[in-house]
Ligand binder design. Structure first.
Ligand SMILES: Cc1cc2nc3c(=O)[nH]c(=O)nc-3n(C[C@H](O)[C@H](O)[C@H](O)COP(=O)(O)OP(=O)(O)OC[C@H]3O[C@@H](n4cnc5c(N)ncnc54)[C@H](O)[C@@H]3O)c2cc1C
Length: 252
């Protein structure tokens, strides 16, 4: 089994920033990402609050940071972490890796439909991103589930593409003639696999203060999956730097 000084789980803005800091401190590091480097921001068209960029898309920002990560020769594996054992042994859907320090940077994921609504949806496609999938339903009838600003935005976006856009709330029955279901009912922390390792709060966020130390020695947390007031790109990057520098201190 290959062993690293640090393993970072999740290559969103927090995880990629942490990787830059650990690598620049001369430590070996593995960054593990189950989907796409960049995380939840990759489909956002306009970011207006990243210092130094008056206007930039999520894809461009992510690619710029990823280029910096690659330039430093950080090793990246595109695998899903399914379990972490004491020691630490990080198990993915493909292999096992060892590390002395672990940084959790798994962010948040879209909240799923209720069981009843999923049953209701049957074999109809379910999407969590109108910008990504809206074009697939050109001229068709779709339904948006959710009550917040994201749901409003998804409806607006789809109304220019689809013949009809229904709107329902969480737990309402899904209209029979809708051909696809777009879900916008918020996000939740992607932390289930760490539940036996570190303390989580009632909503599932990893409990940690600004120093990014978790309840387990040697395990640090960065970004949106941590208990915090402000979940934004700059605070994710800030956490990445803090978690990495605390991990490097811990490694000695
Ligand atoms: C639509 C939208 C628009 C936004 N706009 C802005 C904005 O304009 N400005 C701003 O500052 N913030 C914005 N935000 C918030 C911002 O995107 C987040 O605060 C930030 O991206 C969080 O980064 P992160 O690295 O903590 O987590 P994430 O971006 O969620 O990254 C976590 C990564 O971990 C991976 N992962 C999860 N579980 C595992 C696992 N088990 N194994 C391997 N990998 C795993 C995920 O695939 C993901 O890539 C927006 C968010 C959304 C959803």
């Amino acid at each position: 089994m290959q062993k690293y000084d640090a393993i970072i789980v999740g290559a969103g803005i927090a995880g990629m920033t942490a990787a830059i800091y650990v690598k620049r401190a001369g430590r070996s590091v593995l960054l593990i990402e189950e989907k796409v480097c960049g995380g939840q921001i990759i489909n956002t068209l306009n970011i207006g609050n990243w210092p130094g960029e008056a206007k930039i898309s999520g894809t461009d920002l992510s690619n710029k940071i990823l280029a910096q990560v690659k330039e430093l020769d950080v090793e990246i594996k595109y695998e899903e972490v399914v379990n972490v054992r004491e020691g630490f042994v990080v198990k993915t859907d493909e292999a096992e890796y060892g590390c002395s320090a672990l940084i959790i940077a798994t962010g948040t994921e879209p909240r799923r439909l209720s069981e009843k609504q999923e049953k209701d949806a049957g074999r109809r496609p379910i999407s969590y991103c109108a910008t990504c999938d809206g074009a697939l339903y050109k001229g068709k009838k779709v339904v948006v589930v959710g009550s917040g600003n994201t749901a409003k935005h998804e409806m607006q976006y789809l109304s220019n593409i689809c013949s009809e856009v229904y709107h329902i709330h969480h737990d309402d029955p899904i209209p029979e003639d809708a051909e696809a279901v777009f879900v916008a009912i918020g996000r939740e922390p992607a932390t289930k696999v760490f539940g036996d390792l570190v303390d989580l709060d009632r909503e599932g966020y990893v409990v940690a203060g600004e120093d990014c130390h978790t309840s387990h020695v040697g395990v640090f947390v960065a970004g949106d999956c941590r208990t915090k007031e402000l979940r934004q790109l700059v605070t994710a990057a800030s956490d990445g730097a803090m978690a990495a520098s605390e991990a490097v201190k811990y490694l000695g």
